[in-house]
Design a protein around this ligand. Structure first.
Ligand SMILES: [Zn+2]
Length: 383
């Protein structure tokens, strides 16, 4: 991913640090400066931030490794100041699998919190254990400021007794926050998967996205009002991704219901590979077609000529070149092929025109203009 630094690869998944992550360290330095912390305390503070993001990273691995059990790989994990993102190739479509993948992240933090709590019980003597529990309660229920208590009791404002309760509380906080049903946050995915078991994935996504967007607006307003800008930023992220994911699922569902034959055009201009580039140049200027299929002398399909190839020839004033010089490989689909695959070829693979065959006969073409037109019609018909 652009603007990020690769840290390492673990379990075959690259872990990236987004450049804005540097802000966290500046923030730690600033807190250190603001509280007149000495060097050792500042190092403790930084260590705490690293531990915190270690917990976030393990949370993401919870998602990734569970997804792997269902054959879904993770492209990478990115750590940003507002949290981690495990970029899964896709979400498992079976609701039960999505449920388990989504809940695995928060469950990791439950385990970490329990482990740290257990370790604290072991390593602290009686007096410190009482303090630990007191601090933890303060952290969880926003009680007295631990710093003041520590100052009074003469304990340093750094070190393990200071940070352990904060770390346990933060892990509990991560569980609670992530379980908020604001799709596409974990809680929202859990919500969608539970809904999908009853009303199907498409309708479930639409509902989850609406709930997610309402909560996201709440995050933004509350964040701006209270000066919690991280929350406002997360709200903004949730709002936009909820909309994108919903659009994708609805689009995917629509595409699945149609076949290549529903969209193909039977009338199209056939060009010969030994014709001059002048012909497609003129067609492009005067006609509606922007990409063409190319045939040889014995009328066999040999390639495609797309708008950008024609424009390339125009730039070079190459109108007397043979079409064969500029044509490219052509992709074919069967009439029964789902539009989902056609969409993939035209939008992801960068083809502008594909041939449609029935048996061994070429019966039509689908081009990007046709696809856009079709999608506009679908969208208009739905409202
Ligand atoms: Zn998560």
């Amino acid at each position: 991913m652009r603007g990020s630094l690769k840290l390492f690869t673990w379990f075959g998944i690259p872990v990236h640090l987004h450049w804005t992550f540097g802000l966290i360290f500046l923030y730690a330095l600033w807190i250190g400066h603001d509280n007149n912390l000495d060097a050792i305390s500042t190092i403790w503070l930084m260590g705490f931030f690293i531990a915190l993001f270690g917990c976030v990273l393990l949370h993401e691995y919870g998602h990734s490794l569970t997804a792997r059990r269902y054959g879904v790989e993770t492209k990478d994990i990115i750590l940003t100041p507002i949290g981690g993102i495990a970029r899964l190739e896709r979400m498992p479509e079976k609701p039960m699998q999505e449920f388990l993948v989504a809940i695995a992240g928060p469950m990791v933090n439950v385990v970490i919190a329990a482990l740290l709590f257990g370790i604290s019980m072991l390593i602290f003597d009686n007096e410190r254990w009482e303090l630990f529990k007191y601090f933890l309660k303060n952290q969880l229920f926003l009680g007295d400021d631990n710093g003041d208590v520590m100052e009074e009791s003469g304990i340093a404002m750094s070190g393990i007794l200071f940070y352990m309760p904060v770390l346990v509380a933060t892990n509990i906080g991560l569980v609670v926050f992530n379980l908020i049903p604001a799709f596409p946050m974990d809680g929202g995915r859990i919500f969608r998967s539970l809904l999908a078991m009853r009303i199907g994935r498409v309708r479930a996504t639409r509902m989850a996205a609406i709930v997610g967007q309402v909560i996201a607006v709440g995050f933004i307003l509350f964040g701006l009002w209270q000066g919690a800008f991280t929350l406002a930023l997360i709200g903004f992220f949730v709002f936009t991704t909820a909309r994108t994911e919903n659009t994708m699922v609805q689009l995917d569902d629509m595409l699945r219901r149609y076949k290549a034959s529903d969209l193909m055009r039977r009338n199209f201009t056939r060009l010969s590979d030994n014709d001059w580039m002048k012909t497609p140049m003129e067609l492009l200027q005067h006609g509606l077609e922007r990409s063409f299929l190319i045939f040889d002398m014995s009328d066999r399909l040999v390639g495609a000529l797309e708008e950008e190839d024609i424009v390339a020839a125009m730039k070079k004033n190459d109108s007397s070149a043979e079409i064969a010089k500029y044509m490219r490989k052509v992709e074919l689909v069967h009439t029964g092929q789902s539009l989902q695959y056609v969409y993939y070829l035209l939008t992801q693979q960068g083809h502008s025109i594909i041939g449609v065959v029935e048996g061994s006969d070429l019966v039509g073409v689908i081009d990007d203009t046709g696809l856009q037109h079709f999608m506009r019609l679908q969208a208009a018909a739905k409202v």
